[in-house]
Design a protein around this ligand. Structure first.
Ligand SMILES: *Cc1c(COP(=O)(O)O)cnc(C)c1O
Length: 388
């Protein structure tokens, strides 16, 4: 009997080692891993450059307080600033912490300009921003909030795509709109370019902030460093996590100068946030993703995967309803509950993970090869053939 809390229904499998796109299980089998810790291991398992970076840092300094200068963090923040819209970076340890910090940043901005009543955040109903008290109520999901009252107030919700409702929700008390650029847990739903551009315009008109949660879709996952770059918009605040650590726990909130202006000394803090071990990894991940052609290859692999899945959809139109996603953030939507299909894929040594709306998420490492994608395609087709 496991002494771990029962918050997860775990699959009966454990792994002893990993290498790139593959995991080796204690049952002796080799699995193609298209979960990668839910889009966390952006560079695959046991990446030699990340191992080297971590080992080098481990021999020097593991941890110092943010009361002192951390050169590795200064360096990473500067790299992020050079690459993105951000003027300032606040390091955290997880996605939930990063989105929660994003909420604090937005509220604090309006407080600092003498508008403390502008504190409400508009979010998509049943989105996902993490599991802290504030972020579960930001999601507006009944399942995640049930039993965790009293409700953390300050969040208003509209259904994905309901632009009328969204506009109606904006009042004089609204501080920001916060959405996932690509809705992940909610079913791999890409917010269209024109819609992101509309959101930016709307926020400008109403003088409110735009927060784009890129915890899952950021750091190269969609073929651009950030998913919002496809639409050529610039948000004000962006929480990141998952992919930036390549498997090492870290998160951050990125801000433009205006949004960051309320975050003066003493307004936020984190014991572990920006820890030298995490920073050494983050620096290496950014360096690798920034290499020429790296992101072009993500796009190429994503397009290949997408078009091969489309072929399977045409072959099995009663099983597969839709192929969703962008780059290497792909969702295969079934007509029926996906649990059995995921189990069968696992029996064929392909690991995938669910999302809402009967979606199977396919999240290979950004370093995936064409032959690995073809192997996954072969397995998915095989499972379709023998389905039911
Ligand atoms: C995973 C995720 C989070 C929460 O990240 P944790 O590290 O699990 O706290 C927040 N937002 C999005 C979009 C995510 O996918």
């Amino acid at each position: 009997m496991s002494a771990l809390a029962k918050t997860y229904n775990r699959k009966k499998i454990a792994f002893k080692k990993g290498s790139g796109s593959f995991l080796y299980a204690t049952n002796g089998k080799k699995y193609l891993d298209f979960v990668q810790g839910i889009a966390v291991n952006s560079l695959g398992h046991a990446n030699p450059q990340l191992i080297k970076a971590l080992n080098n840092q481990a021999k020097k300094v593991w941890h110092v307080s943010n009361a002192f200068i951390i050169p590795e963090g200064e360096q990473l923040a500067k790299k992020i600033k050079q690459k993105t819209f951000a003027d300032y970076v606040l390091f955290q340890n997880s996605g939930a912490e990063a989105t929660e910090a994003a909420i604090k940043v937005a509220r604090r901005y309006f407080y600092s300009i003498g508008k403390p009543n502008k504190n409400r955040i508009i979010c998509i109903k049943n989105s996902f921003h993490g599991r802290t008290l504030a972020t579960i109520f930001a999601s507006g999901s009944k399942k995640m909030t049930e039993g965790f009252g009293p409700k953390v107030s300050g969040f208003d919700h509209f259904k994905f795509g309901d632009h009328k409702k969204l506009k109606k929700l904006i009042t004089k008390n609204t501080a920001a709109i916060m959405v996932e650029t690509v809705v992940g847990e909610g079913g791999i739903k890409v917010i269209p370019k024109w819609c992101l551009q509309g959101l930016r315009k709307l926020c400008n008109q109403k003088k409110i902030l735009l927060i784009l949660d890129e915890v899952q879709c950021g750091i190269g996952r969609t073929g651009k460093f950030f998913a919002f770059e496809h639409a050529k918009v610039k948000p004000d605040i962006v929480p990141i996590a998952k992919g930036i650590g390549g498997g090492f726990p870290m998160g951050a909130v990125l801000m433009n100068k205006k949004a960051a202006s309320g975050m003066v000394p003493g307004t936020h803090g984190s014991t572990f946030g920006g820890n030298p071990l995490a920073m050494s990894i983050g620096n290496t991940v950014i360096d690798i993703i920034s290499k020429k052609n790296f992101l072009d290859n993500v796009t190429k692999m994503g397009n290949h995967f997408h078009s091969e899945l489309k072929k399977i959809q045409t072959e099995f139109p009663t099983i597969i309803k839709e192929v969703r996603g962008i780059g290497l953030m792909i969702g295969l939507q079934l007509f029926h509950d996906q649990t059995k299909f995921i189990k069968k894929l696992m029996d064929h040594q392909l690991l995938t993970i669910r999302a809402a709306e009967n979606v199977i998420r396919l999240l290979p490492p950004l370093t995936v090869t064409k032959s690995e994608i073809n192997l996954a395609i072969k397995i998915i087709r095989q499972v379709c053939k023998n389905y039911k």
